[in-house]
Ligand binder design. Structure first.
Ligand code: GLY
Length: 373
């Protein structure tokens, strides 16, 4: 057997491996066993919701993505199929269908995708009426010369691509929370932008303190990145963005270099949390550049968290300790299949799936305590 054939055989994945084990009378657990001599161990990492929601099915986003990826699917197709589970699950009110709406009660969704081997990207911003913005971002990548389409134009594009357009992506849950926010906010707030921002922030913090919201609701998002045994790296980020944002506000998620960045030769990084902090520092791009210079994913992540901390000087964004009063997290893999989840404050977690199955792991924090301390 030639060396080439041997290598291809070793790179076969679960289905074949499972059949072989089954034929040998060994028990398989229905999860792909990876038979690979590639030095790269396939892995998928994601924000923690990537291993929490199943949309009534049996698998989480990272499980789905890993299984598809190691069964031969295109890495990006696999990652998107994973995040589709979260986009479609009404229980995650930070992403897709049932995501918390903007200040006018309208769900506007952002997403970006990057394909390392193809060196292509696509994104949509402030898209209304489509439950799976990640698929529309992929359609931008596949069918246009552009990287970003927003607003009404994004919806027209989606309709033209055959996506179903719905009048309203709110669920009872997202509408109820929006109504509560509206009820608590100064009814005249739109007349005074300065007051409005302050009132909106105060009410959001109140709702956090009262347990109506979690921090991840406010800036919730899913980012999912993967590498297969061939070293092909892709990523996707999708979100309903900041809860109760000014209509049309885009965060970091649809912006290449911020919510997501992939360099097929180096690695991938993506983010959840306060998009403005990420946009100002273009952190995903910086992380990938740090890794290009040889930094480990964790150290690259710590570098951008430190940068965000140094660049956060406005009083309204600082807590009583003079530290950022918001959360932000990054999910990172490099071309060797090493990975990390890093976060501004302790207590965060991230999802990971490899040949041992899906896990939720502790993210490495930059700071102790809570954003509100
Ligand atoms: N990171 C999501 C957003 O700020 O929109």
């Amino acid at each position: 057997m030639s060396r080439k054939i041997k290598r291809r055989d070793f790179m076969r994945t679960g289905t074949v491996a499972g059949l072989t084990l089954a034929a040998a009378g060994k028990q398989t657990v229905g999860f792909p066993t990876i038979m690979t001599q590639s030095p790269i161990k396939p892995v998928v990492v994601a924000s923690a919701n990537g291993n929490r929601f199943k949309n009534g099915g049996n698998v989480t986003a990272v499980q789905k993505a890993f299984t598809m990826m190691t069964s031969g699917s295109n890495v990006l197709d696999a990652l998107i199929a994973g995040v589709n589970i979260v986009e479609l699950d009404p229980l995650d009110d930070s992403v897709g269908y049932g995501g918390l709406p903007n200040a006018d009660g309208v769900v506007q969704l952002d997403s970006s995708v990057m394909h390392g081997p193809k060196k292509r990207a696509g994104a949509v911003g402030a898209l209304e009426g489509v439950r799976t913005p990640s698929l529309v971002a992929q359609a931008v990548m596949e069918n246009t010369d552009h990287h970003l389409i927003v607003g009404k134009g994004a919806q027209v594009f989606a309709r033209n691509m055959g996506f179903k357009i719905e009048d309203d992506l709110n669920t009872d849950n997202s509408r109820k929370k929006w109504l509560e926010w509206k009820r608590r906010t100064d009814p005249d707030h739109y007349l005074n932008p300065a007051k409005r921002a302050a009132a909106g922030h105060r009410v959001a913090l109140e709702m956090l303190a009262q347990g109506i919201l979690r921090e991840e609701n406010l800036h919730g998002t899913i980012n999912c990145d993967g590498i297969n045994a061939k070293g092909e790296i892709c990523g996707v980020t999708t979100t309903s963005g900041l809860a109760w944002k000014i209509p049309g506000r885009l965060g970091d998620s649809p912006i290449l270099g911020a919510g997501l960045y992939v360099d097929g030769a180096i690695g991938a990084a993506g983010s959840t949390g306060r998009g403005e902090a990420n946009l100002y520092n273009l952190c995903s791009f910086v992380i990938v550049e740090e890794m290009r210079r040889g930094a480990h994913p964790k150290d690259a992540g710590m570098e951008v968290l430190n940068r965000i901390k140094s660049n956060t000087i406005e009083k309204r964004l600082l807590n009583s300790r003079g530290l950022p009063n918001f959360g932000i997290s990054f999910y990172i893999i490099n071309a060797k299949g090493e990975y990390a989840g890093v976060t501004m404050y302790e207590g965060g977690s991230f999802a990971m799936c490899n040949e041992n199955g899906p896990q939720t792991l502790k993210s490495e924090p930059l700071l102790q305590g809570k954003p509100s301390d």
